[in-house]
Ligand binder design. Sequence first.
Ligand SMILES: [Zn+2]
Length: 567
Amino acid sequence: MAYDLLIKNGRIVDGSGMPSYRGDVAVSRGKIAELGRLSGAAKRVIDADGKVIAPGFIDNHCHYDAQVTWDPLCTFSCYHGATSVIIGNCSLAVAPVRTHDHEKLISMLSQVEAIPMDVLQAGVPWNWESFPQYMDVLDRKLGVNVGALMGHTALRLYAMGEASQERAATEGELELMRGVVRESVEAGALGLSLSRNMSHFDVQGKLIPASFAPEPELFALAETLGELGTGVIQSGGGTTPELKDRLMSRLSAASGRRVIYNTIAENARAPMRWKQHLDFVEESCREGNRAVPLCSPNSVVGRFTMKNCQTFRQLPTWFEIMNSPAEDKIRAYGDLELRKKLREEVMAPLGPDSRWAKRWDLLLVEEPALPRNQGLKNKSIAEIAAAQRRDPLDVFLDLVVEEELNTLFALGQNNTDREAMTQFLTSPYTVVGLSDGGAHVQFHCQVGYSTRMLGYWVRERGIMPLEHAVRRLTFDSATAFGIYDRGLLQPGMAADLVVFDPDTVQPRKQEMVHDLPNNGWRVRALADGVHYTVINGEVLIEDGKHTGATPGRVLRNARYHALRAAA
Ligand SMILES: [Zn+2]
């Protein structure tokens, strides 16, 4: 028997976390046929010498619901080795929907996830009403595999119309919602997504339907999944209600289903919060609950010059200077008398809304403006101050004055702490992901979370072995979302694979591209070191280029497959 595909001489990292080994991976009929030293003939052979062969990554938190209808590849996740994406998160979805609600539904997606409205209006074909119909439309043509969650905002709007943002559901409306959940999950939806994010508003400034919904409704819907015995629950904005009164854990306990919520993150302005959160989750899991937060390997880095800087705007003397013309700014920052006041404010105790964490080690000189200062590039203000035995504020402001406000600084106050990142990226009580693929398209492109995990946190910072990192991106994520036939290299599993170079893998710099409907633009980040993305046994991306194949399919839950197999 000839294999369809044979990937030879690679370092096999199988997704289980077990030690990697040198060998080949054979694929037949879209599934993994065998692993190890293999000699059979194959229709296509790929030499993976020096590269890793791993299960394809599961990009578990995406908002491609609209984009997938014009872009079956769900760019740009697949360029970073993702073979499956999960959409319908945070209660937002584009089905079920009634014809007269088309505009309203996408306006909420546009508003909350920052996707330009004209792009959505031009791009979405609306050839569905129900959720099963939507999944069937997607299944006709997909590059990557797509798992879909039922979004509570879409569901509530479908059942209640305008009232979905005004009042509790009637018995009849609730029954209708439960019926739609049942029908969608029976058709294969991976679960249900909720939102407790109380800053998600529509264009009129009203809370989106899911955030508006009272708690008993969440339990009624979660218990519908419990009755069916399948599906996961995802929740946007879950951290606050979980820490307040264990809402996420209670939903999990009531339904018997796993709850995955946003977000555990490190924030230099509240340095112990992540630790308290992680301890809290551990305790809840030990009691037998399954409510875990998502976390991202991406850091949030703000770039600014002192021509216009948000970080110090809350400080009154700084604020006044910020609002003056450039030459006055330079004079003020150079004024040593005034500097006493600036110092007082910048070193004052942190308030609950402080934007500045008083961490000079996190403030980097990203681009010095003058040739003579190039040696300072990528050094932190704390580092420079220590080397020059000077005060950090003096180093900072003297540089600002010397370079006439043209120095580009980078301040990373979120997800930059090595200890915090080590703990929650490696914890069995968190799920790694959160790319937000398809959202905030004109602000940033975070789908490189996987290549950042491998390139930065594993190769450069060494926070965990490669095998562990691959497991986090594959098996752990697949398991969390109930995808039972992917995320591991084992005979019989779907042949979703990525071949990457562990020495070079990393996200590339972000750039602007005009490739959205209605000539819209967005931010793109591609990857270095990802050589093949293989989906259901077919090569989708080869050295950064789409092969033209569309091997993806809709991922349906275990219950759907079991019922089909029994029929
Ligand atoms: Zn989201």
